[in-house]
Write a protein that binds this ligand. Structure first.
Ligand SMILES: Cc1ncc(COP(=O)(O)O)c(C=O)c1O
Length: 375
């Protein structure tokens, strides 16, 4: 039986042709394709926002923090449940990430926990739209307004996601997307930031390329430090094709997720994600109470692997990593994030999957759960 991975990028002849065209053009790094991709992304998002691309979401987040003047002496509130980049970019800025717990089903930052974590050094809230499901932006925006904080959205997993009908990235505050191969849209590696403030854009543009500012006569100055964070045209050309396919990808992702939700059995040891309007279904992450089932995650993964089904783990709770334990965090601090970290399992979800693939995964899980009906 063919192996079903938990994710697979959907790259076809159109992406290959677009990349080949750029390779043959003589201009392969940042140039006209990047400009066209940024324009197309801004149009896709709507709301009159501007978009700048980066070579990753990590670079884009680092640049945003720097451009907003967030650094040593500052604190940024982040969810304890995310990919480690969300906290690492704060650490890299010189500010301190302040972890808070997440909500159990959405896995998104808990606004009440954010409220309690706000202190005199807090400069920003950095929510993640976990697995393509929007965080509670109404609550987070009002907290940010009330306390004069920046709201920086880690929308790495949320291209095409909407909150109350409003596409993530259109609001004007910085929102950062990732185009890594497992994302809903890929440029191989890449990222982008959507924003409204023209002065912020000017600074981001400098920061992503050595701090260089050019004048009309062709001269240049470097008024401040900048890095090397630009996206090449080959990647942007792939991104342009992928953007044209994105809504189709996301529709198919939702169909597959809904199929999982109707076919997976109700079982006390199984916690499912929920479908909500605007979810872009970047991942389908379940929780399994492995202890109650008398097994371990590794054993379940091995068993599914033997049945030709790949799975992932998204994610271990970040505050329990060595780097962050050194800030004083430890087990028991954030029960929801810790339970998710221990019990999470990502099931296969990507647009080219067949309905029968979902059925195969559901059958394998049902068999496993039926072995311990009273867990
Ligand atoms: C929530 C989150 N933030 C940030 C990143 C970093 O994205 P990139 O790999 O484009 O740097 C990722 C990537 O997986 C992510 O999932």
């Amino acid at each position: 039986m063919a192996m079903l991975p938990f994710t697979r990028p959907d790259l076809g002849p159109e992406e290959q042709a677009a990349a080949a065209e750029v390779l043959a053009s003589g201009w392969i790094t940042t140039g006209p394709k990047v400009a066209a991709f940024e324009q197309a992304l801004a149009e896709y998002l709507g709301g009159g926002v501007q978009v700048l691309t980066f070579n990753s979401a990590t670079s884009a987040l680092e640049a945003v923090l720097l451009a907003l003047g967030i650094g040593p002496g500052d604190e940024v509130i982040v969810p304890a449940m995310s990919f480690v980049a969300t906290a690492n970019v704060v650490t890299r800025s010189g500010a301190v990430p302040v972890f808070v717990d997440v909500e159990p089903v959405s896995r998104n930052i808990d606004p009440e926990a954010v409220r309690q974590a706000i202190g005199p050094r807090t400069r920003a809230i950095l929510p993640v739209h976990f697995a393509g499901r929007s965080a509670d932006l109404d609550a987070l925006r009002s907290l940010a307004r009330e306390h004069g904080l920046h709201l920086i959205e880690d929308a790495a997993q949320a291209i095409g996601t909407a909150w109350q009908g409003e596409r993530i990235g259109t609001a004007g505050n910085p929102a950062v997307f990732s185009f890594h191969p497992n994302k809903n849209l890929t440029t191989i590696e890449g990222g982008a930031v959507a924003f409204a403030d023209a002065a912020l854009g000017e600074r981001l543009r400098r920061l992503r390329f050595h701090g260089i500012v050019r004048d009309a006569e062709g001269g240049m100055d470097v008024p401040e430090w900048g890095g090397k964070m630009n996206l090449p045209d080959v990647h942007a050309a792939i991104g342009l094709v992928q953007l044209g396919r994105l809504d189709g990808f996301n529709t198919r992702r939702r169909e597959l997720a809904q199929r999982y939700l109707t076919r997976l059995p109700a079982h006390p040891a199984l916690r499912l994600p929920a479908d909500v309007a605007g979810h872009s279904w970047h991942m389908f992450c379940i929780e399994l109470d492995f202890a109650a089932l008398g097994t371990s995650r590794a054993a379940v993964q091995a068993r599914l692997q033997a049945a030709g089904i790949g799975t992932g783990i998204h994610y271990p709770a970040m505050h329990l990593f060595g780097l962050y334990r050194r800030l004083g965090y430890g087990p028991g601090d954030f029960p929801q994030a810790e339970r998710i970290g221990e019990q999470t399992l990502t099931l296969p979800l990507f647009p080219a999957m067949l309905d029968t693939d979902v059925d195969r995964v559901c059958a394998a899980l049902t068999e496993l759960l039926e072995e311990t009906p009273d867990a």
